[in-house]
Design a protein around this ligand. Structure first.
Ligand code: PBG
Length: 323
């Protein structure tokens, strides 16, 4: 019998050698922590399907963000769940609306943390769709005008970056123009460029109370079957001026992530969404998976596939484990 010429196992024999040849590493710098803000004082309402996460009033959130900053988190993304919802989501464009107040309070308490805002209307409309309706469907171009107002009030309140997630055509160009006209030419846009109409958003819709009241999001979010179309979406967003391209969800779409990263060479983000998080939490609770091991493996796989940064509900736990 011939002995193998190449022995791949040679480089796996000693932990120190394995460390030398490791291709991908995670650091807390890779993570963006999503947070849910609600009206009120002293509110911290746990989200059942997302263990460890809660809807928080601004005062509690500010304390939580200071604590996260101490523990190495440098970046958060904010989702607002306003007390008042209406057909056009007016709280989202109100300079005194919930999210603007939250931005101001965080900036004051933790000035160096990067605050990104989710730019969309589904949490703000009474029908739960991502923009104002025309009949039964979202009015694309009417939404663009509102998105411009939304990002301008958020930038005025102190947001460092905006992340449009509504998958409206032309949203990146409209937002870029809106920001530039208002003097915010240095605020980057992280575009949810390839966002799939996914069942993995289930827990989030409870957390953000944003489930559509009728129909679904298939007329704006992408068909999970379509990889080439996702690439085109990303190309268009780059052409419109996006600074960071996001793929969402993450693990079921690593092929999309990998292609976008290799072919477009843009700063690329992946959103490990609520359902991906909840699956790991639930299986670990049952004792079917090793929580910490699978958490790190999931994050590592997303980074290996091409993500420069990961929006993840594991941000705090993973940072702690890395420390
Ligand atoms: C829409 C938005 C959604 C998520 C982030 N932004 C949900 C949706 O499209 O229904 C999902 C995030 C998650 O599941 O963790 N503004």
């Amino acid at each position: 019998m011939e002995t193998p010429y190449y022995r791949m196992r040679r480089l796996r024999m000693q932990p120190a050698i394995r460390d030398l040849v490791r291709e991908t590493t995670l650091t807390p710098n890779d993570f963006i922590l999503p947070l849910f803000v609600v009206e009120g004082i002293d509110i911290c309402k746990p989200i059942k399907s997302m263990p460890g996460h809660s809807q928080m009033s601004i005062d509690i959130m500010v304390r939580m963000v200071s604590d996260a900053w101490q523990r190495g988190i440098k970046s958060v993304i904010l989702f607002g769940i306003p007390g008042h919802k209406d057909a056009v989501g007016s709280d989202a464009t109100d300079p005194d609306g919930l999210i603007c107040r939250a931005i101001g309070a965080i900036r004051e308490a933790v000035p160096d943390i990067c605050i990104t805002t989710d730019v969309c209307f589904c949490e703000y409309t009474d029908h739960g769709h991502c923009g104002p309706l025309n009949g039964e469907t979202v009015d694309n171009d009417a939404t663009l005008a509102l998105l411009q107002q939304q990002v301008i009030v958020q930038a005025q309140a102190g947001a460092h970056m905006v992340a449009p997630s509504g998958m409206m055509d032309g949203m990146v160009a409209a937002i870029r123009e809106g920001l530039d006209c208002a003097g915010f030419e240095n605020i980057p846009i992280m575009s949810y460029a390839a966002k799939f109409a996914s069942g993995f958003y289930g827990p989030f819709r409870d957390a953000a109370e944003s489930a559509p009241q009728f129909g679904d999001r298939s007329s704006y979010q992408m068909d999970p079957a379509n990889g080439r179309e996702a690439f085109r979406e990303a190309q268009l967003d780059v052409a419109e001026g996006a600074d960071i391209i996001m793929v969402k969800p993450a693990m079921p779409y690593l092929d999309v992530l990998s292609r976008i990263k290799t072919e477009l060479q843009m700063p690329t983000a992946a959103y490990q969404v609520s359902g991906e998080f909840a699956m790991i939490k639930a299986a670990a609770e049952k004792g079917w998976l090793d929580h910490d091991r699978v958490m790190m493996e999931s994050l590592l796989s997303i980074k290996r596939a091409g993500a420069d940064m990961i929006l993840t509900y594991f941000a705090l736990e993973a940072s702690e484990l890395l420390a």
